[in-house]
Design a protein. Structure first.
Length: 152
């Protein structure tokens, strides 16, 4: 449901990478330069000082994993609670490249079977798919699903 809320906001510009990509393209910033720039900032982030990374090519997970809002898992539950899961920078570079390519730019929809679906924004821009539900309908679906968890 959390992801549904994120992608509901995306229907209205929310957390979409598209505008940043447009700016990067306008400025001539390559995918490689973007990835290295973000990793450079992550390397200097204060959280890195909280843990002793065994490998200088690792840092604290602060970046998108398979989708926006998804945290890395760790065998060290304390690391998860403190958002201090160590991840390899090569892997982070790959995920940043996916963001650069728009892989996480999706919007929430309800399909004809009444299931929550995440549609690719790029397909919508091209007119390949038409959303089946309105934003209000998606919001109601999410509200009802969350309320059912709490017995409301």
């Amino acid at each position: 449901m959390h992801q549904g809320l994120v992608y509901l906001f995306n229907r209205h510009g929310g957390f979409d990478f598209g505008p940043l990509r447009f700016l990067l393209d306008s400025l001539g910033v390559s995918k490689s330069d973007f990835c290295e720039g973000v990793l450079g900032v992550v390397r200097r982030d204060n959280k890195r000082g909280y843990i002793q990374c065994d490998d200088c090519r690792k840092s604290v997970d602060q970046l998108v994993t398979g989708r926006i809002g998804k945290m890395m898992r760790s065998t060290d539950k304390n690391a998860e609670l403190r958002y201090l899961v160590e991840v390899d920078e090569d892997w982070q570079r790959k995920v940043l490249g996916m963001a650069f390519d728009g892989k996480f730019d999706k919007v929430a929809d309800i399909d004809d079977e009444g299931k929550l679906r995440f549609r690719e924004r790029e397909q919508l821009r091209k007119g390949d798919k038409v959303l089946a539900a309105s934003s209000s309908e998606v919001g109601e679906f999410l509200h009802d699903a969350i309320a059912s968890v709490y017995g409301a």
